[in-house]
Design a protein around this ligand. Structure first.
Ligand code: AMP
Ligand code: MG
Length: 519
């Protein structure tokens, strides 16, 4: 069947490979428990009172081969808010553990995520996952629900990241549930009811480092070997085709290191701070996953993290690469029993550092439109960023506009939060021009590379907060506006208010620069 012709939801074809290949917990009762000897637990999403579709990504519907009209039906909202199952769906939650803020946290698992099944598409199988559709055996002390605020953030950002060219899980839909959800957003004892929502996320798999760690921690070595083997076969077929046994595991780990490095370089390019880089939030495919208290750098501050639960800045912008390496070390420890010696795993971890540096240098060269990375030039730019309050996004974008010979502090003034600080970039601009000349950079090439590397539009923290404020009042127009803009991040053709630097009122406002984990 030509996949693009699916005109009803029944035509979605499921092939739930991970459920078929990996052990399922025999307990089917939905009660909190430690789940051993299994990866998957069968669960049923909890129906909500009034499912309503409020936003969707037609690109993701397209990946699934779904006709747009199908997505506007009441049935679509019922299915993707968790009220109805389609033939072939087998809802299940998965068991994982994780290191949270550097400490082993034991079993975590899909506490409010429910995999519905794997849709067969032209581009391979894609797992559909509801976030916020009710309790699972992994819900611990929480309710399995999600609020509209955090769901808007996840929906928008995952699609924005995709259009920016950053590896990420996708989002098909955002449905409101008509159910109030109690949250103490500031953790100050003033809980209030917020509107509930469900996002349907889409990715080849939602396996995380933590899925492997929990099995190692419990010494379930056979199951660990089975999961690793499954992962390589299903998601890394090139490795499975050329290697087997221990050799395949090492090639796979090297590939995970490489993809993770590539992902962090992309975060750095666009100024993204994940906020909660616990090992349970690290995708085995090198995708950005679990959008919680994330944020974008407005004024460039490498020590910044939006997460109010991280006062020490463990997961701040500048720490993302070393933390990724630390997380990979935890994954290496987990798979060590399958390798039997540390040296080859250590070699991969060391290669992470060199791969990251090489990729980051290439990326920085592109941000500046250079042919080659120039260390002193980049160092003095970062020193300028540290000494002044510069909007990273505006600075790079404007640097790539107009002829290099005409670049001046006045032309870059918009990027500076403190008027009067712009003149401080004059010396650096001279250094930049000298480098362009020394490298023989072609001016047209420079601008075109910079246009493709430096986004004009990002769903900045304060813009998303405005969309949330409106959405909570039942008005989704700002959300749709941001979603439209997020589809064309490298175009300048947007309303000026979407491209402006963060206004002063948003500097300290909750949701705009500081976010709690409450979601
Ligand atoms: P997070 O901080 O969102 O990455 O979540 C860490 C762990 O807490 C995961 O196991 C989540 O499934 C679980 N969790 C977070 N929020 C909830 C919730 N409202 N209900 C159930 N489990 C949750
Ligand atoms: Mg998580």
């Amino acid at each position: 069947m030509n996949i693009a012709t699916r005109t009803s939801l029944e035509q979605l074809q499921f092939d739930n490979r991970s459920l078929a290949a990996l052990p399922v917990d025999p307990v089917t009762e939905n009660r909190r428990r430690q789940v051993t000897g299994a990866i998957n637990c069968l669960v049923t999403p909890t129906p909500c009172p009034a499912p309503a579709l409020v936003a969707m990504a037609h690109e993701v519907a397209g990946l699934l081969g779904l006709d747009e009209a199908v997505c506007q039906s009441d049935r679509f909202a019922r299915v993707f808010a968790g009220n109805e199952l389609l033939p072939g769906m087998q809802p299940h939650a998965t068991c994982y553990g994780g290191h949270q803020f550097g400490n082993w946290a034991g079993q975590l698992g899909d506490g409010r995520a429910i995999n519905l099944g794997e849709v067969v598409t032209d581009a391979g199988r894609l797992m559909l996952q509801l976030k916020g559709a009710g309790e699972t055996p992994f819900s611990r002390t929480a309710d399995g629900l999600a609020v509209l605020r955090s769901s808007v953030r996840e929906f928008l950002c995952s699609e924005a990241m995709h259009h920016l060219g950053v590896p990420t899980t996708r989002a098909l839909s955002l449905c409101t549930t008509g159910q109030g959800v109690w949250r103490d957003m500031f953790y100050d004892g003033r809980a209030k009811q917020e509107p509930g929502a469900v996002v349907c996320r889409v990715a080849p798999t939602f396996l995380r480092f933590g899925h492997f760690e929990i099995l190692a921690a419990r010494r379930e070595t056979e199951l660990l070997a089975q999961l690793v083997d499954f992962t390589i076969r299903e998601y890394f077929p090139d490795i499975a085709a050329t290697a087997s046994g221990r050799e395949a595991v090492l090639l796979w780990f090297a590939e995970v290191c490489d993809r993770t490095a590539a992902m962090i370089v992309e975060w750095t390019r666009v100024g993204f701070v994940h906020g909660v880089m616990n090992t349970d939030n690290m995708s085995i495919l090198g995708l950005t996953i679990d959008y919680g208290p994330y944020g974008w750098l407005d004024n460039y501050d490498a020590d910044w993290t939006p997460n109010t639960s991280d006062p020490g800045g463990r997961y701040c912008f500048r720490n993302q690469a070393p933390i990724a390496q630390w997380n990979l070390l935890q994954l290496a420890n987990a798979i060590h029993p399958l390798i039997g010696e540390a040296a080859p795993l250590e070699a991969c971890l060391n290669a992470f550092a060199s791969t990251y540096t090489r990729r980051a240098e290439t990326m920085m060269a592109a941000k500046l439109g250079l042919v080659q990375f120039d260390e002193p030039l980049v160092q003095s730019l970062l020193a300028l960023f540290a000494a002044t309050e510069v909007d990273m996004t505006l600075f790079y974008r404007q640097l790539g506009q107009g002829d290099a010979s005409e670049l001046s502090p006045e032309r870059l003034a918009e990027a500076f939060y403190q008027p009067g600080e712009a003149h401080r970039c004059a010396v650096w601009l001279d250094q930049y021009r000298a480098t362009l000349t020394a490298q023989g950079v072609n001016e047209a090439d420079r601008r075109s590379v910079m246009r493709r590397t430096n986004p004009a539009f990002l769903p900045r923290n304060y813009l998303v907060q405005q969309a949330i404020d409106d959405a909570e009042a039942g008005d989704f127009r700002q959300l749709h506006r941001l979603m439209d803009a997020a589809r064309r991040p490298y175009s300048d053709d947007h309303p000026p208010e979407l491209l402006a630097r963060r206004p002063d009122w948003a500097r300290e406002r909750a949701g705009c620069s500081q976010l709690s984990c409450s979601s």
